[in-house]
Design a protein around this ligand. Structure first.
Ligand SMILES: *Cc1c(COP(=O)(O)O)cnc(C)c1O
Length: 396
């Protein structure tokens, strides 16, 4: 092994561990449902993105198995050679229907969708206004595009307006985009899209909403853009198929022309193998379930509201959450991790989230209730929170 690499790794790993910033991974010994098994121990799971319980849905498992029987386990090629199965076409039609747009394109993941779509349209002659709390895949996607990235204070519409004015009036850029999460994943707050659209109209900004945590959750399941009725106004409705939808993949929904362009200019669409038939079939089924009924969505919100009210009553700081994503903001990184560890010992799995995922000093334990949790599980979780919170002096 290279001595330089060895020294680099040893030194940096030691430093991370000392600062309490090294993330330990706990493998699950079964499905990622409302309860999970880790190290032979059953735990109440408050850490998945499986909002609607669809990742473990029996009917979707059957659809995946049937598709594997019919098509095999792999798509065999990239989309543009001959990896596009009729299932991929059907998925994209469903996505357009789901998002209320002319067309849609699907990708292998939400992360690679942001890598693909931003740089297919934006380049070094352009500028991107980006909310400071945007997801890592947005940050990397913007960087990859080569456009000038201008950070906008979190959800600060005055700051957005001022920076949009400056960027467009400077004459330095051909195109200017504003990009934002629809629901912010670490705090659970919803982007102010009505004001974004007003500002975008004034300065002819391209609008890009990454609704990874909104789809299935907000807008009666159809997402944050739908929640505000802005399907005709937002240029890129981007999302993931890996969270509430329960399977894997990413997509952009928009006009036919936008999608036509992305199909010839998105590098992961051109150079990375298409999503497997089983995954695509299960995803189509999941979208159908969400479009047919709000039952799972309603249960998710009922559980989210219940957990939130309980945590607040105990005295935890749940920040600005407006969705089922419920952080308990603790601050100090080591204390956040210690809290999470003690919760786990007491039977609740709620992962600590610390720098660099959130800012330094904003460590937290993030709770993700789902439609699959029972009231009994949530009550049990709350009583563990009370016990551990008092033990560690986080609540009194
Ligand atoms: C999770 C997430 C992604 C990545 O989606 P994957 O399908 O898991 O790759 C992208 N953007 C946001 C805002 C996310 O929360």
């Amino acid at each position: 092994m290279s001595k330089v690499l060895n020294a680099f790794l040893t030194e940096n790993l030691k430093e991370l561990r000392e600062q309490g910033l090294y993330n330990e991974i706990n493998p699950l010994e079964g499905p990622n449902g409302a309860e999970i098994t880790i190290g032979g121990k059953q735990l109440i799971n408050l850490s998945s993105n499986n909002y609607l319980g669809l990742a473990t849905d029996e009917s979707l498992k059957e659809l995946a198995k049937d598709a594997i029987d019919k098509y095999g386990v792999g798509a065999g090629a990239v989309r543009t050679i001959n990896g596009t199965l009729d299932l991929h076409v059907l998925l994209e039609e469903k996505l357009a229907q789901f998002k209320g747009t002319e067309a849609a394109i699907s990708f292998q993941s939400g992360f690679n969708c942001n890598m693909a779509a931003i740089s297919a349209v934006m380049n070094k002659k352009d500028a991107i206004l980006s909310d400071e709390l945007n997801h890592a895949s947005i940050i990397d996607g913007c960087r990859l595009s080569g456009a000038k990235v201008i950070r906008v204070n979190h959800q600060d519409m005055d700051d957005l307006r001022a920076k949009a004015k400056e960027a467009t009036e400077s004459g330095l850029y051909e195109k200017v985009m504003y990009i934002t999460d629809g629901v912010f994943s670490m705090d659970g707050n919803i982007a102010n899209l009505p004001d974004v659209v007003k500002i975008a109209k004034e300065f002819d900004l391209i609008t890009y909403v990454d609704d990874a945590h909104g789809s299935g959750v907000t807008g009666k399941g159809k997402g944050t853009v739908k929640h505000f009725g802005l399907e005709k106004e937002i240029d890129f409705q981007m999302g993931t198929l890996s969270k509430a939808i329960g399977v894997v993949g990413g997509y952009v929904a928009g006009t036919q022309e936008l999608i036509d362009w992305l199909k010839v200019r998105s590098r992961p669409f051109l150079f990375s193998t298409a999503v497997t038939p089983g995954d695509v079939a299960a995803t189509i089924g999941a979208l159908q379930i969400i479009m047919d009924s709000t039952e799972l969505h309603d249960k998710l919100w009922e559980n989210g509201d219940y957990l939130k009210a309980g945590l607040q009553k105990l005295g935890f700081d749940i920040g600005a959450s407006e969705t089922p994503i419920t952080p308990c903001i603790i601050g100090e990184e080591k204390l956040s991790q210690q809290f999470s560890k003690r919760l786990m010992e007491e039977g609740v799995y709620a992962k600590a989230i610390v720098f660099p995922t959130v800012a330094k000093g904003k460590g937290r334990v993030r709770n993700m209730p789902t439609a699959s949790h029972t009231k009994e599980m949530l009550d049990e979780a709350l009583s563990v929170y009370e016990k551990v919170g008092k033990e560690l002096g986080i609540i009194s």
